[in-house]
Write a protein that binds this ligand. Structure first.
Ligand SMILES: [Zn+2]
Ligand SMILES: [Zn+2]
Length: 493
């Protein structure tokens, strides 16, 4: 800046001094503003981030998300980190600002960025100007909502002086979970460290809130209404509500069995009468979701008051179905059990019947399918069964199911629509197997379906549609999980 007016007045008072000299001294007094620093802020308008900071990009810039453990101050929240630029003197000085990607940041396709603007970061150098005091705080410079992206800052003033930030930010996502434990279950997972570990590996920090208890329900079938109602009663007493919409509720359940009612099995050419041996009948039927014939297990001791046995009849060859059909009571039909209550075959005593040959018809209720867990509706509830096939499910298996069901909640397996990243190459859904969006990595692409009995052993991803021992997102899913946008969280179930 040139104090030229004052200098010229001084010059008029001293005519002996050549005007040229006055002008020269004016030039000497001129001070050119110089950029001093560009930094991420870290808690106050004056405190800068001096090292690498975790940036929880999905959470809002609000005090309530500062926990003093992972989130030390509000500036580490959101995808628009506050940036402060300072010049050496007061006044409005223009400069250009840009992000510097410090790592291999997630690469988004044009299609992804078109569908979801939060997949973009401010990749252009932008012009700003300081306020009267020679500094400015910028709040509209944005990063993408992916995880593990690292950014620092670079700013350049009009004279070409460039400064870089001392600190940098590494992006992460965070959400909470609250366990809703059904009373009377001895088999609830004792630790979710595998779940937390897998999500941490994928740049999502999970925080446990204190668990709550809910009433016991013997089984959850195809309708989840009763379960949701009881689970909600418990959930409303939890801290989950205070952390919405960034809370997932995990309900632990007893059996998640779906009943097949009144299934009819027949066996022809059966010889009955005194001294005839018991007739063995395997319980098998056409699967509802797979054309392959599968063993079916009887609906035994799943729900109090619901029996597996409906009826058993014998009709001699050539007999009249109405007049000649003989009822065989349940006591004559013995289940063959693999373990307590688990049975997919029966032995039917026929030595009390008059001698003859004909057809046995057995009508039963069976287990159509057992689910390991469910991601219920679009709200924030998932559930995992702690008992399946009449026995306790291990903590390891419950962790696997929770990773899978949470996977659905965060958007996996992505089919590349809406706010989701691109579709995974190993995507399949109801049309080729299990209900919902899943990953068939490990199972040949050429297969007509991916829910064959042998497929579980081939699957390499936790997002495969049936329980397996896999607890990790596969190589196809992992880069997509990194990109997921969880800024909206989940509504209350
Ligand atoms: Zn699933
Ligand atoms: Zn996968």
């Amino acid at each position: 800046m040139c104090k030229s007016k004052k200098a010229n007045e001084a010059a008029k008072q001293k005519p002996s001094k050549p005007i040229e000299e006055v002008e020269a001294s004016c030039h000497e007094e001129e001070v050119v503003a110089k950029i001093l620093s560009v930094e991420f802020l870290d808690g106050t308008d004056d405190k800068i981030l001096g090292a690498e900071g975790k940036q929880f990009v999905n959470l809002p810039f609000e005090d309530k998300w500062v926990d003093g453990v992972d989130v030390l101050n509000k500036d580490r929240l959101g995808y628009k980190p506050r940036i402060k630029v300072k010049f050496d003197i007061a006044g409005a000085h223009s400069f250009k600002l840009k992000f510097v990607a410090e790592g291999t940041n997630a690469a988004f396709t044009e299609d992804e960025k078109t569908r979801n603007s939060k997949f973009k970061f401010q990749d252009k150098e932008s012009s700003y100007s300081t306020k009267d005091d020679g500094s400015v705080i910028i709040t509209d410079f944005f990063v993408s909502v992916a995880g593990d992206d690292v950014y620092s800052l670079s700013a350049t003033d009009d004279k070409g002086t460039n400064v870089k930030s001392t600190g940098k930010i590494r992006t992460l996502r965070m959400f909470n979970y609250v366990e809703i434990k059904m009373k009377g279950l001895a088999s609830i997972a004792t630790s979710l460290s595998t779940v937390e570990g897998e999500y941490s590996t994928n740049f999502m920090k999970l925080k446990a809130l204190p668990s709550v208890e809910m009433d016991h329900i013997e089984n959850i079938g195809s309708s989840t209404t009763t379960f949701s109602t009881k689970a909600k009663t418990a959930y409303l007493t939890s801290d989950g509500t205070k952390n919405e919409p960034y809370t997932l509720a995990i309900g632990y359940t007893d059996h998640l069995a779906v009943k097949g009612s009144g299934k009819v099995l027949t066996k022809a050419d059966v010889e009955v009468g005194p001294e005839k041996l018991e007739v063995n009948l395997k319980i098998a039927g056409a699967g509802d979701t797979n054309p392959a014939i599968r063993s079916k297990y009887l609906w035994k001791n799943i729900v109090t008051g619901e029996d597996w046995f409906v009826s058993c009849k014998f009709l001699k060859d050539g007999g009249d179905a109405v007049k000649d059909s003989v009822d065989i009571v349940k006591a004559k039909v013995k289940t063959v059990e693999v373990r307590t209550d688990m049975s997919c075959e029966v032995n039917i005593a026929v030595d009390h019947l008059p001698a003859g040959k004909g057809t046995l018809t057995l009508t039963v209720n069976w287990v159509d399918r057992m689910r390991g867990g469910l991601a219920i509706g679009s709200g924030n509830l998932i559930c995992v069964c702690s008992r399946a096939w009449w026995q306790n499910v291990s903590t390891a298996d419950q962790n696997q199911v929770i990773i899978h069901e949470m996977g659905h909640k965060v958007g996996m397996a992505s089919k590349g629509t809406g706010i989701l990243p691109e579709k995974i190459s190993t995507y399949y859904d109801d049309t080729k197997g299990h209900v919902g969006p899943h990953c068939h990595n490990g199972i040949p692409d050429s297969q007509a379906r991916f829910d064959n009995a042998a497929d579980g052993a081939l699957a390499t991803c936790v997002m495969y549609g049936a329980t397996s021992s896999k607890t990790a997102f596969c190589g196809v899913c992992k880069p997509i999980v990194r990109k997921l946008d969880v800024t909206s969280g989940w509504g209350r179930f």
